[in-house]
Design a binder for this molecule. Structure first.
Ligand SMILES: N[C@@H](CCC(=O)N[C@@H](CS)C(=O)NCC(=O)O)C(=O)O
Length: 217
């Protein structure tokens, strides 16, 4: 097979698919989407079995196979160095990697208590006490970045960090998490960002009720 293919699952529910897809868009990669068909267990199984981790996203670029979101980010940064996926300055780049890594390796309580669901809207939602420190830590990270680099994205222009936190923006919207003006401004920036608008449109067009995915992602 030639060219790049990104294997993803539900646009409504799969936060890791969203991250991988945003990264490919930000890199300016020409790629084909391979959707895991949630209505067909056989097709889903077949596609997922192609992915060593049995998880999505998975990027296949000619003979190169990458199946972890952070690894996809680093691969895209290497093949598209001018796309700005990471900041130019080495210190700022390290900060960006730390912020992106913190999302990649943590926030389990937030991810399980507030699953991504772009179609849903809860006007009032009591956040499980275990997830509250995650919410507060994310608010702190965002404030530090926006104050230091001046916004509108975490590091000024879109970087890997924004792709990592974009699903959190959708969750804060879905579950009406109270935010101050600065943080709400950041959430609005992400939700109105062209690739995010494109992804959201796809999510809203998906069939309803993929019940087994009403859990963490
Ligand atoms: N650490 C992995 C996490 C990937 C992950 O958990 N993906 C979920 C979807 S959001 C998945 O593939 N779940 C299995 C399934 O859909 O059956 C990464 O960075 O890519």
């Amino acid at each position: 097979m030639t060219g790049a293919t990104l294997t993803i699952s539900s646009k409504n529910y799969s936060s890791w698919s969203l991250r991988g897809w945003l990264l490919c868009k930000m890199a300016g990669l020409e790629f084909t989407e391979a959707m895991v068909d949630m209505d067909s267990p056989d097709a889903r199984q077949e596609l997922l079995l192609l992915t060593p981790s049995v998880l999505v996203p998975r990027l296949t670029d000619d003979t190169v196979d990458v199946w972890d979101t952070l690894a996809i980010a680093e691969y895209l940064y290497e093949i598209k160095p001018k796309a700005g996926l990471f900041p130019d300055d080495i210190g700022v780049r390290a900060h960006c990697r730390a912020v992106a890594g913190e999302m990649h390796s943590g926030f389990y309580n937030l991810r399980s208590a507030l699953p991504m669901n772009l179609k849903a809207k809860h006007e009032t939602f009591k956040i499980f006490s275990g997830a509250r420190p995650d919410v507060e830590r994310i608010k702190t990270i965002w404030h530090e970045c926006l104050d230091t680099y001046g916004g509108p994205f975490l590091f000024g222009t879109p970087t890997v960090a924004d792709a990592m936190y974009a699903p959190v923006c959708t969750r804060f919207n879905t579950y009406s998490v109270p935010l101050d003006d600065t943080l709400q401004g950041y959430v609005d920036t992400i939700m109105n960002w062209a690739p995010m608008v494109e992804w959201t449109k796809g999510a809203l067009e998906e069939p309803d009720e993929i019940v087994e995915l009403e859990v963490e992602f």
